[in-house]
Design a protein around this ligand. Sequence first.
Ligand code: ADP
Length: 380
Amino acid sequence: MPILVLNCGSSSAKYKLYDVKKDIFVAEGMIEKIGEKQSFLKHKSSDGKTISTGIDAPDHHMAIKIIIETLMHDNHGVIKSKDEIKAIGHRVVHGGEEFSSSVLITDKVINSIKKFSRLAPLHNPPALYGIEACIELLSGIPQVAVFDTAFHQTLPVEAYMYAIPYKYYTKYGLRRYGFHGTSHKYVAGKAARMLKKNLKDLKIITCHLGNGCSMTAVDKGNSIETSMGFTPLEGLIMGTRCGDMDPAVVPFLMEQENITTKEVDNILNKKSGLLGVSGIGNDMRQLNEEIAKGNERAKLAIDMFFYRIKKYIGAYMGIMNGLDAIVFTAGIGENNPWLIERVKKEMSELISKFKVEILVIPTKEEWMIAMETNEIIKKS
Ligand code: ADP
């Protein structure tokens, strides 16, 4: 029986139906522009049937209803009845300090996810809409929450605390949490299998480089340091996010430009990073093309992007006191061989001294969510 994986964002709902036993996907798709005048459904089944159509999805409840109807459709559907779905795995971004692994969803878990909406106001509410819609529309089918933050709950206290007055940690939960945990956990495990070694014997740096970018130091299978922090803004330079910088830049910009907190937040999250420096865009493909044409600002953006990665590799080698492998994954990590060439060239002494393996591993976040969901329902 297949497992349905749901990933609900503020205006989208992505889904994938997996047969975990056979290790294949049965169908996948997404609804975009939920809540807008015209929403869109894209659906593909493993036997090659596809649909791409305008639909009416004013909210997430309706979007989930349409997804279920699509999965059961006479023509392009893949199941005959809802009861064929074994379980539902939800991607939930923030599990705070409460969840260090995936959990079966209960009323108590729902309340906690609600509580952590304060920490992830853009991400946790849509996940909750998806969960609540499934409770109504697929009642009786077990649901599991898989958190982006869970894998990083093994960070030691000296890594996750900020050096600001301690009371803000107790008052607001202000600390580093880290994100992309499902992806870092998956590629670290896969790297160990590829190297034919036990994960417990390895020191690995995983680099998830997509639109959002983060790196994690995985020591003996545990995340012990990661580059994203209280929010996904910290750490690496990303498509449109600045990553690490002097926090004093924030009040300086607000005063000089006479802008609000919302506006400065928008600049640092949406107008910075590769886009902000290059002035061209946040898409690595476009930047690669511009560099080939000799564009200096595109080159600067990429040099800065790479320099930050290199700096983190050095820091993580220090923290782990050694290194066995570096793994690159996600859109940028999987498709830009120059990244690997540059690491090999510019860090050649360290790479050869420590005999570091460099691997490119496509991430499979939805597959990992399906696997974790399957494990949880087996236990419950
Ligand atoms: P998201 O974080 O939204 O899941 P992705 O993992 O899809 O993002 O990564 C998006 C990034 O990957 C973009 O910067 C895009 O330019 C880059 N990317 C995707 N495909 C390629 C490619 N073939 N060559 C170079 N860069 C690519």
